[in-house]
Design a protein. Sequence first.
Length: 332
Amino acid sequence: MFTLAFESSCDDTSIAIFKDKRLITMKTASQNEIHSLYGGVVPELAARAHTQNILPLYYEVLKEANIKLSDVKLITATYAPGLIGSLLVGLEFAKALAIINNIKFKKVHHIAGHLHAAHITQKIDYPFLGVTVSGGHTTIYIVNDIDKYELIGWSLDDAVGEAYDKVAKMCDLGYPGGPIIDKIAQNYNGELIDFPRPMKYKKNFNLSYSGLKTAVSIYIKNNPNYNIEQLVSSFQVAAIDVLTHKIKLAAKYYNLKRIVISGGVSANSHLRKLLPTLFKDETVYFPEMKYCMDNAGMIGYLGILLYEKYGEDNPKTVNPKASSRLGVKLNK
Ligand code: KG4
Ligand code: ZN
């Protein structure tokens, strides 16, 4: 059975094809060049670029997989959360294909998709501690099943990826900032600036990144001849220190033996190296690099599981939602 999956919640247009549960083709049209002029995603431009990209991309993936639309038995698409204009393009395209061609349809929540990105290539049992760290989200969940999520921690202000992007913008490094900072920091072994670790010692699983971002901006103002390698490495060490501390705290508190990281920041080399060293009895899982950033693979994989368990959704009744909380919120 072939499944066609769509993701367009932010600035990546991504389409994937699965044969049963195996991903056979995935293509993503990035908009980094457009948004790098502004140091962040411009929603109106993102929606327009999705509109331009989606049809050629759709033909490309069908061609690469060597299948026709009539071979496709299931279509899945991200419906929430995200930029409304971006969501609309991918979701309505997917719905139209499903309705006109009488193909089964399943909607997928973007964050639930991220939380299953590592599952595309690894077998990971439930329950697990699921962490999504991206440009729009910094959230910690207990994931009990494909459709059972308990939100236990979140950033009270900026997402961690957003902090990377803003620090990169302050230093004129380009967009997205995460991979650029990651690369620069890999070459630095010198002394670090002692940036603050907001919320680190608060006895809950919440985080905050706006104070760290402000501390970096004040440092730049006071030290105009700063060393760029030292600055971004110090920012990264502070940002990842709080994150890994909270992940460890949550895993121990809830006695979860599996920790699954996802989202764009899960591609970070410092995080990928450091986190596994903090756990002895637990296993830490990261997605393959190509499934860290927004991608249709994670939407297709989870969509197939949801369809198998609950059947199809009526595409005529599925609408995009800019904000939508996943699961129930637990307050410690
Ligand atoms: O998951 P994603 O593609 O989109 C959202 O849902 O937000 O994540 C994009 C974010 C950006 O903020 C980007 O700077 C960050 O992930 N990112 C990284 C790295 N690669 C991407 N942050 C730190 N280190 C990286 N290697
Ligand atoms: Zn995302």
